[in-house]
Design a protein around this ligand. Structure first.
Ligand SMILES: [Zn+2]
Length: 422
């Protein structure tokens, strides 16, 4: 559809001559026989391009009946385009490199350059750009150059769904150069369709003259059969990412279940804290008259909200323990390699050990030294909460902890066993 230019458009006039003016048939100097006018947008403004058309002056020469166009024209704008290459590159770059939406590009083109394009035209230009980009990426000469120093090729295939409900985009990548070779949407990913893509990859590898050392995929049926047929002696392995993800799924489920159980078992923090705060409240109210606020101190508050430890050192230690345990129970960070439930079990085990040490000590030593020990122990328990700290050490000690009976950690082991059976 021709572009509708407003009546008052202020065009800059560019004139183009034919550079090579020898008649291609007889070699005589050609003459200008006509002018062709066209209009398009550039980033510098609207342009009226005047192309001077040439033909051979000899009426008996075949070069007389045809006209020759200025060679440079296509390097400014392709035929029928309402924009020059500079505008096309501007659009394509915003879309492909910056991931701007079509409507964003549309408004920005108008606001900054006064270029008005319909959504349809813009989509068409973007499509042109994408095709050119893909062609450039797949250019055999460019590819050969990039793979010159590569000895073996490693290929991967995967189906991606850019948006839910859309057809799946099958992507073939080469991993040594981290390059997407090609991608195609398959509406029905039958074994034959998938095999066609794998065969295409084989053609590419053969064109490069490089052996394929390995295929990687999530090993869905069509990939397994297709690769076995097209690459009979090439190993085909699970993609590590898929492998870990699949492997981790039941582990993380069991881990999450174990966390729930530990949280159910380790309860009553609020009651303990309230009891301590109440006791501190009654003690301090003997000194500070009419201070009811102490009894309603928010128990989730930090140490600053609490009464000074000197007033009730044992109570302060208990509150520290409560804070540490609450931190442990709320710590949800971690993925398949650092399951949060395992870390929780480990940390709760440490708290338990710490309390046990204090109880053992109490049988012998004086109360004063016990308080000191509690302070140290509870601080140690809180530092455990910081993620990443001494994680590997903590992980290596976990298995030992799991075997010890009577602590929440044992639940992890039991749950993990149960879930793996089910
Ligand atoms: Zn001629």
């Amino acid at each position: 559809m021709p572009y509708a230019w407003p009546q008052d458009t202020d065009f800059v006039r560019w004139e183009l001559d034919v550079l090579k003016r020898d008649c291609p048939s007889c070699g005589r100097m050609m003459h200008i026989c006509d002018h062709r006018y066209r209009h398009f947008h550039t980033l510098e403004g609207p342009v009226e391009l005047v192309c001077k058309l040439n033909h051979c002056p000899d009426p008996h020469c075949p070069g007389h009946a045809t006209t020759t166009n200025p060679e440079v024209e296509v390097s400014i704008a392709l035929p029928k385009w309402a924009i020059g290459w500079d505008v096309l590159c501007w659009i394509g770059h915003r879309r492909c490199a910056r991931h701007w939406s079509t409507s964003q590009i549309q408004s920005e083109l108008f606001d900054s350059y006064g270029i008005k394009l319909s959504a349809d035209s813009l989509a068409r230009y973007i499509r042109h750009y994408q095709i050119m980009l893909a062609a450039r990426h797949q250019d055999p000469a460019t590819l050969r150059q990039q793979y010159e120093s590569v000895e073996e090729i490693i290929l991967a295939i995967d189906g991606l769904q850019p948006e839910k409900g859309h057809e799946t985009l099958y992507v073939v990548r080469e991993l040594t150069q981290k390059r997407v070779w090609f991608a195609e949407t398959l509406i029905s990913a039958t074994a034959d369709e998938v095999r066609r893509l794998i065969a295409q990859a084989r053609t590419w590898a053969e064109a490069l003259g490089k052996p394929v050392a390995l295929w990687l995929s999530d090993r869905q049926e069509a990939f397994v059969t297709g690769i076995a047929a097209e690459f009979p002696n090439v190993p085909h392995r699970y993609c590590q990412n898929h492998f870990l993800r699949d492997l981790a799924k039941p582990v993380l489920e069991a881990d999450s279940h174990a966390k729930v159980q530990m949280r159910q078992k380790v309860r009553g923090l609020r009651k303990i804290e309230q009891a301590v705060l109440q006791r501190q409240g009654t003690e301090t109210s003997e000194n500070t008259a009419g201070d009811d606020a102490q009894a309603t101190v928010p128990i989730t508050g930090g140490p600053a909200d609490r009464p000074p430890a000197q007033a009730d050192p044992a109570g302060a230690v208990v509150l520290d323990y409560c804070a540490a345990v609450r931190g442990i129970l709320n710590d949800d960070q971690g993925g398949p390699l650092q399951p949060p439930g395992l870390r929780m079990a480990e940390a709760l085990g440490d708290v338990r050990e710490s309390i046990q040490r204090n109880l053992d000590e109490k049988k012998g030593g004086s109360q004063r030294s016990n308080w000191a020990a509690w302070r140290v122990a509870s601080t140690a328990a809180s530092t455990k909460l910081r993620p990443n700290k001494r994680r590997s050490e903590a992980m290596s000690r976990t298995s030992r902890k799991l075997r010890r009976p009577g602590i929440p950690a044992v639940e992890v082991a039991r749950t993990a066993r149960r879930s793996s059976r089910g």
